[in-house]
Design a protein around this ligand. Structure first.
Ligand SMILES: Nc1ncnc2c1ncn2[C@@H]1O[C@H](COP(=O)(O)OP(=O)(O)O)[C@@H](O)[C@H]1O
Ligand SMILES: [Mg+2]
Length: 224
């Protein structure tokens, strides 16, 4: 087993808030700092085959999915993700950078879909067997940003939801950030590099690793 301590860092926020962009930058910065860093995401998970199959099912816009069935699918995928990838990686001293986790389920299936938050929390606890992030970074953007960002992108089933639904998602995240001290709220509307620097600073504070921001690649600079 590695001598370094593992960490679990989660990036959260509404669709198109910049999770994938920032998770990729953070992972690269950690690797540059000689850390073993793994970039993964929910639903699904890097090389977690069964969870990825559930991802395809749950995000396919052609499927009609009952909210409770949707909740179970997210949790089923999470069990696989936690047990096959996240927990072993942390135990081996890796830093796991994950897009979305239990907070997303509380916000989307609880706050936005209207399922009982107590039920969602209970299932979150069961699916993760109590594994919590060391740090959750919430990238906050107003609902109006959704249509402006990446307008050509093919939207998945959740991204095809109404603007009212997206507003409930944003409000749910902001509400959670107020009550949960482990959630760090970051203004996701700033330039990409500025968001990246804020994330690096939070991660350096947590891990005590000297992490340096990485420069944006040309294709990232264009839209920032
Ligand atoms: N800080 C930012 N300012 C402007 N556009 C951004 C910013 N961060 C990301 N984007 C752009 O918004 C779109 C969605 O970003 P992405 O990282 O895919 O978000 P998510 O993974 O949260 O859905 C992409 O086109 C990306 O280049
Ligand atoms: Mg993404």
């Amino acid at each position: 087993m590695s001598k370094t301590k593992g960490f679990f860092i989660v990036l959260e926020g509404p669709d198109k808030c910049g999770k994938s962009t920032q998770a990729a930058l953070l992972t690269r910065a950690l690797i540059n700092a000689k850390c073993k860093a793994i970039h993964t995401r929910e639903p699904g998970g890097a090389s977690v085959a069964f969870a990825e199959k559930i991802r395809e099912l749950v995000l396919d816009p052609d499927n009609i999915v009952h909210p409770l069935s949707e909740l179970f699918l997210y949790e089923a995928a999470r069990v696989q993700h936690v047990e096959e990838l996240i927990r072993p990686a942390i135990e081996q001293g890796a830093i796991v950078v994950c897009e979305r986790y239990t907070l997303a389920t509380l916000v989307y299936q609880g706050h936005a879909r209207g399922l009982d938050p107590a039920l969602v929390k209970r299932l979150n606890a069961i699916a993760t067997n109590g594994l919590k992030p060391h740090l959750t970074l919430l990238l906050d953007i107003p609902e109006t940003q959704f249509k402006l960002r990446d307008p050509g992108r093919n939207l998945d089933r959740l991204e095809q939801e109404t603007s009212k639904f997206r507003k409930r998602v944003r409000d749910g995240y902001r509400l959670a950030a107020k009550s949960e001290p482990h959630i760090e709220l970051i203004d996701g509307t700033g330039p990409k590099f500025s968001v990246h620097r804020q994330i690096i600073s939070q991660v350096a504070k947590l891990t005590r690793i000297d992490v340096t921001p990485v420069p944006l690649e040309p294709n990232l600079i264009k839209s920032s």
